[in-house]
Each structure stands twice: as structure tokens, then as C-alpha cells.
Design a protein. Structure first.
Length: 94
């Protein structure tokens, strides 16, 4: 029988992963080949999840509320398919 994680478990996992990754987020993004510019409080570049070419379509916000790292794809809304946190971003990249 398959056991699924509760929403509380997923929230906790997201928070832990974000906390560990946040200090090295740029290295994580570089590893996946994300070409980005860093603005005051976010990274922006072409969406590497759906292979876009709009250089401002994917925004990654490293410190947003309790979930820490969240992203937004402004063209294909990839966060709706994969979830908006760092685990969703990672799943979309893989």
C-alpha cells in the first residue's frame, strides 16, 4: 500500500530543504544551467522547466514567508503543475 505524505509533512520538508539550500541557491541554479540576473531580492531568467526564451519569465524568490524559496513562471505557469516551492522547482527541472 502506498502511503502519501500529509500536507504538514510536505510543508515541513519544503521548509527544511529551503533552509538548507538558501545559502547556496546560486550554485544550485548554476548546476541546472539557469542563466539568470539577480535583482534586489530575486533571480530572473528564461524558464528552464519548460524551455522558454523570455529572459524575465522565471522569477525565483529566495526568502518569501515561511516556505523560504518560491518561484513563478510568468508565461507557462509551471509552478501550478509542479508546486511553487523549491521541491516543485526541483521536480520540474528533473
Amino acid at each position: 500500500m502506498t502511503k502519501f505524505l500529509s500536507s504538514d509533512d510536505l510543508f515541513y520538508a519544503e521548509h527544511v530543504f529551503s533552509s538548507l539550500l538558501a545559502p547556496r541557491l546560486n550554485e544550485f541554479l548554476d548546476e541546472f544551467g539557469f542563466k539568470y540576473k539577480f535583482y534586489n531580492n530575486y533571480y530572473a531568467g528564461a524558464c528552464i522547466i519548460h524551455g522558454g526564451d523570455n529572459h524575465n519569465a522565471l522569477c525565483i524568490f529566495p526568502n518569501v514567508g515561511e516556505s523560504n524559496i518560491v518561484y513563478k513562471c510568468w508565461t507557462h505557469f509551471c509552478e501550478k503543475k509542479w508546486n511553487r516551492g523549491i521541491i516543485g522547482l526541483t521536480r520540474g527541472l528533473l
